[in-house]
Design a protein around this ligand. Structure first.
Ligand code: NAD
Length: 237
């Protein structure tokens, strides 16, 4: 039996599945990840993305931050792929209990998923740092320089930047979902960004599946490793 058939068998056998994913889930929607060969780390910028997307850089060089952010992080043209769609379908069927994502692109919700725990926030939400008025991504995209609120405050994306802490409520709920899951599928993440990557350690079952194009540091923990593109794999389930 090949690994996709085995995955199908495991999915068919559960009604308490949790999915935990990263940037690799959206590459087939056209959004580059960070660490693949064509990812953002390997494109030419004055600073690596991790530096630009840090809290201190945002404070010191807000203008430069927004140039990168508009250019590379707001991808309103992107559409959900087969992986996003299948996860939404499983939730509707009562099979999947939660999607936990490190992504900030909103594509799981666009596919119809309801319970989405966004560990790193979303580019679709932006707030004035002074009066907390909400702004959508279109506003940020079409503003120039540092986006300003009508009150004069600076608008900040509702995205967890490097050096910033995760929302504790979201993190706790993600831990709870993973602890209680019968089956956990981890897909499209290098498992290099903590504390998100550490969530996998909360899983206590015997149906841990890792899906990635490349080997990850946690492959030896998995009950099943499926190598390949996640959208393509999910379209065969
Ligand atoms: P990462 O870039 O570190 O790793 C992505 C992983 O996915 C790699 O291991 C790569 O081999 C794999 N991958 C790429 N395309 C794949 C595919 N089609 N099928 C299967 N595997 C695939 O991403 P990360 O682990 O999520 O961590 C990066 C951080 O960057 C996260 O915090 C995330 O918030 C942020 N980020 C988000 C987006 C987004 O919202 N779409 C995009 C880039 C980065």
């Amino acid at each position: 039996m090949d690994s996709i058939e085995r995955l199908k068998e495991l999915v068919d056998s559960t009604d308490n599945l949790v999915f935990f994913g990263g940037a690799g889930v959206s590459t087939e929607s056209g959004i580059p990840d960070f660490r693949s060969v064509d990812g953002l780390y390997n494109q030419k910028y004055d600073y690596p993305p991790e530096t630009i997307l840090s809290h201190s850089f945002y404070r010191k060089c807000t203008d430069e931050f927004y140039r990168f952010y508009r250019d590379k992080m707001i991808c309103l043209w992107a559409r959900p792929n087969a992986a996003h769609m299948k996860l939404a379908q499983w939730e509707q069927e009562g099979k999947l209990k939660a999607v936990i994502t490190q992504n900030i692109d909103g594509l799981h919700q666009a596919a119809g998923s309801k319970k989405v725990l966004e560990l790193h926030g979303s580019v679709l939400r932006n707030y004035c740092e002074r009066c907390h008025k909400f702004y959508d991504a279109e506003y940020i995209l079409h503003s120039a320089g540092v986006p300003a609120c009508e009150c004069g405050g600076i608008i900040k994306p509702d995205v967890v930047l490097y050096e910033e802490g995760l929302d504790q409520q979201v993190l706790q709920e993600a831990m709870r979902c993973i602890t209680n899951a019968d089956m956990l599928i981890v897909g499209g993440t290098s498992l290099a960004v903590y504390p998100a990557a550490g969530l996998i350690d909360y899983y206590r079952g015997n149906k841990l599946v890792l899906i990635n194009k490349e080997p990850t540091s946690k492959d030896s923990m998995a009950d099943l490793v499926v190598s390949g593109s996640i959208g393509e794999i999910f379209s065969r389930l």
